[in-house]
Write a protein that binds this ligand. Structure first.
Ligand SMILES: [Zn+2]
Length: 217
């Protein structure tokens, strides 16, 4: 029985550590330096799971002993069944998060692999709108705004990788006291044009959570 305990961004982080170690094994001749990369990968991963049970720690810590590409492949495959899914959400629940959008266009929810999702996001080309759903402190939050194609690559504010970007302009729900009825503040950010790619890249939720916080107040 596999009890899931690894979130999508944590799995991506482990994968990134495995890749750096493999890179070090391929390119660095000095065994002392390779050892320090091993130690660093093991430590960074264990720090991600301060509450891990002994068996989980043992499994994660195996990274320190890997050598061949088969070793690394086996290690990452063995962790896959322990990935946690994005919390389940229905079309109705999503609709409720965006009450102003009477004809909300939704992605095919049945086609999504929820173990590879940290945040749900999709666009509506007709209205040029981008939607995001994120479970903030256990509660779903919906964020919407306009998006503009940039047709350029750059660094995404969510995953921090060099990807094809769109400019996402979300309307802040935060209102200063005594603000006029037409008060409007947009929070603009460059984000991956393809959220599926972003979800595969993301290793840290801090930037997205900060953004959600800024928008919802
Ligand atoms: Zn991204």
């Amino acid at each position: 029985m596999h009890v899931p305990f690894i979130r999508n961004h944590q799995y991506n982080f482990i994968k990134k550590q495995a890749e750096s170690l493999q890179q070090a094994l391929r390119t660095i001749a000095d065994p002392k330096i390779v050892e320090s990369v091993r130690y660093s990968a093991e430590t960074k991963i264990s720090e991600l799971f301060p509450d891990a049970a002994d068996e989980q720690k043992r499994m994660l810590g195996q990274i320190a002993g890997l050598n061949t590409s088969e070793d690394f492949h086996r290690y990452l495959e063995a962790l896959k069944p322990y990935r946690m899914e994005f919390p389940s959400i229905t079309a109705k629940q999503i609709q409720k998060l965006f009450p102003k959008n009477k004809k909300l266009k939704l992605p095919d929810l049945s086609a999504i692999d929820y173990r590879q999702v940290s945040y749900l996001s999709w666009t509506d080309i007709a209205t040029q709108k981008l939607f995001m759903v994120y479970p903030m402190n256990g509660q779903f939050v919906g964020i919407e705004g306009r998006y503009t194609d940039t047709n350029k690559k750059g660094f995404c504010f969510v995953c921090n990788k060099y990807e094809e970007l769109v400019l996402f302009s979300a309307v802040s729900r935060k209102r200063p006291v005594h603000s006029s009825a037409d008060y409007y503040k947009a929070v603009g950010n460059y984000v991956c044009a393809h959220s599926q790619e972003c979800n595969k890249n993301i290793t840290d939720m801090t930037a997205l959570e900060h953004f959600v916080d800024t928008v919802i107040g």
